[in-house]
Design a protein around this ligand. Structure first.
Ligand code: ADE
Length: 382
């Protein structure tokens, strides 16, 4: 990284396009945090007008669509969400349809997005909305906040984007932008820091453009003031306002308390194949990946000989065993380090297995991403 004359990392000067958006801060009277955030609104909104990505939920920002998109976007990137969102809307076009959907079908629509309780909460909330609010999401921030799975961020996003109610929507992206802008080295994982930022924004929001204001902050966080890499300050409409940049602190902001290391669990995954079908089983109704389907698996990293022994003592007749490779999956608190075997059977072992054909595996049973390397192995891709 280049260093500028003041010994700070040099993020360049804003490109020509952005010069006219820059705000002048008097050197002799630097802005307070409140003033800095108030000064941010005009350049931010001007930038958003020409830089907002065209996204399905933005083209038609109806409350139901905003809600579903925001919950999906908490898990993954915009590009990955688009096909999920479109499929979801096609199959469950309104709140009543969501309230009625079978849990297993809902989980299949959510398959691969992770955090499956979010999908379950969507259905619970849809049932409340159907019973209490005649199928329409409530129109106030406070009532939205009472629904299962809706916290301050989602309530703020729905209220501001769908109803233009002036309330903030502060997620991790917005916290990164604001803490850089204010050169704040407070831990953004702390609730008190989030509450403080929400209070600042509440005062800084233009009343008449609440939805655009919140989305422009989200957009800056996603496309300019990016995580995991240098921010693109030359493209930023907040260039001249950004205290973190001026003070050369962008590498160390946002600050987060380091997390405890994840627990590592070793597992042996069994692809038990019989007459062109493969064994799956339903996970318990509580805990990690509750009620999703999985390939049978055993604790530890077992050798081929040990796998054969275990299966034979459960009554399996084995034709042949092939290695199906190693894979790793990272959850928030645990990592699975897996080794897999394809086991071609003559007779099936005892156990509560369902033998699914390829189409059922694709279209019916929700199997979490943790097993995707083994789905590929079954399909001969790896
Ligand atoms: N990430 C979270 N909310 C978003 C939104 N409304 N548009 C784009 N990215 C987002």
């Amino acid at each position: 990284m280049k260093i500028d004359a003041e010994g700070c990392p040099d993020y360049g000067t804003p490109g020509k396009l952005y010069e006219k958006l820059q705000v002048l801060e008097p050197e002799e009277a630097p802005f307070s945090p409140e003033e800095r955030l108030r000064a941010m609104a005009a350049p931010l909104l001007a930038w958003y007008e020409s830089h907002a990505r065209i996204l399905p939920w933005r083209e038609r920002p109806e409350p139901y669509r905003v809600w579903i998109s925001e919950i999906m976007l908490q898990q993954t990137r915009v590009e990955a969400v688009k096909p999920y969102f479109n499929r979801f809307m096609e199959e469950l076009p309104d709140i009543r349809a969501l309230a009625r959907v079978e849990e297993e079908r809902l989980l299949k629509l959510w398959e691969g997005l992770g955090y499956y309780n979010r999908a379950r909460n969507l259905k619970k909330a849809a049932q409340v909305v159907t019973e209490v609010y005649e199928g329409c999401l409530p129109h106030t921030y406070e009532e939205l906040l009472k629904l299962p799975g809706i916290g301050s961020y989602t309530a703020g996003a729905i209220a501001s984007i769908a109803y233009n109610i002036p309330v903030p929507a502060v997620d991790g992206n917005v916290l990164r932008v604001l803490s850089r802008l204010l050169a704040s080295r407070e831990d953004i994982l702390r609730q008190s820091v989030k509450r403080k930022m929400e209070a600042y924004l509440q005062n800084a929001m233009p009343r008449e453009r609440a939805g655009d204001f919140n989305q422009s902050l989200i957009e800056i966080g996603a496309t300019v003031c990016v995580p995991g890499g240098p921010p693109k300050c030359r493209e930023c409409p907040l260039y001249s306002l950004c205290l973190g940049r001026k003070q050369g602190l962008l590498d160390s902001i946002p600050y987060k308390t380091p997390k405890k290391p994840r627990k590592v669990e070793e597992r042996t995954i069994l692809l038990l194949e019989f007459e062109g079908r493969v064994a799956v089983e339903k996970r318990p109704g509580k805990g990690l990946l509750a009620s999703l389907y999985q390939f049978p698996n055993l604790e530890g990293r077992l050798k081929e000989r040990e796998v054969k022994q275990i299966l034979e003592s459960a009554g399996a007749g084995i034709k042949r065993v092939e290695g199906a490779g190693e894979a790793k999956h990272i959850f928030s608190h645990v990592e699975w380090h897996m080794t897999g075997y394809r086991v071609f059977l003559e007779t099936v072992p005892q156990g509560k297995y369902l033998f699914a054909d390829r189409q059922e595996l694709r279209e019916k049973y929700p199997v979490p991403n943790a097993f995707s390397a083994y789905i590929k192995a079954l399909n001969g891709e790896s």
